[in-house]
Design a protein around this ligand. Structure first.
Ligand SMILES: [Zn+2]
Length: 184
């Protein structure tokens, strides 16, 4: 992963640089997301584990700039994608989940000052500086479905009745996410 993704800067510095960051890495670079995936896969028999899942490519682009002419509203826009393995909540096999995130964020500042024709979500900053890597990683974690399942019934073998019971009792991502939120 690019150092630009790992270094801490203020949003204003990033925006002023007009930096465009090409994202080309692997799932293993995203430590929090990898940890969530690893914990989820722990329930699988080891012979079902996809080998080298940490090598799954992460690709995308982030560009920084300002939303307003006065350079008071730093923004980031772009997209990032990675495919992660997960335990299917119906058949308890492995299902590959493609996570694709579009970002269009105001990095702090007052959204009321943003130009009317622009639509940004506000990204709350806990500190004065941010690591772009943390931002895209958090966005990917938010994109994980609460109950991952196979889309194709031919692949997913679990009878429906059992599936419902399983979905009720096993929601590991939901649990992990709420744990992470409490830790923050
Ligand atoms: Zn399944």
């Amino acid at each position: 992963m690019d150092n630009l993704l790992r270094d801490r800067h203020t949003p204003a510095e990033l925006a002023a640089s007009g930096q465009v960051i090409e994202i080309a890495g692997k799932l293993g670079d995203l430590e929090q997301l990898s940890e969530i995936v690893r914990k989820d896969l722990e329930t699988l028999n080891t012979d079902k584990l996809p080998p080298d899942w940490r090598e799954s490519p992460v690709a995308g682009q982030l560009s920084f700039g300002f939303a307003d002419a006065q350079d008071g509203l730093p923004t980031v826009a772009g997209q990032v994608g990675v495919t992660v393995p997960a335990t299917c909540q119906r058949c308890l096999g492995v299902v590959e989940i493609p996570l694709e995130v579009e970002l269009r964020l105001l990095l702090g500042g007052d959204v009321a000052n943003a130009a009317d024709d622009e639509h940004y979500d506000i990204w709350e900053l806990d500190e004065d500086t941010l690591r772009p890597l943390d931002l895209l990683e958090e966005a990917l974690i938010m994109a994980i479905p609460l109950a991952p399942m196979h889309v194709d019934d031919a692949v997913c073998k679990q009878p429906a009745a059992i599936a419902e019971a399983v979905t009720e009792t096993r929601r590991p991502f939901a649990k992990l996410k709420s744990q992470m939120e409490q830790e923050d």
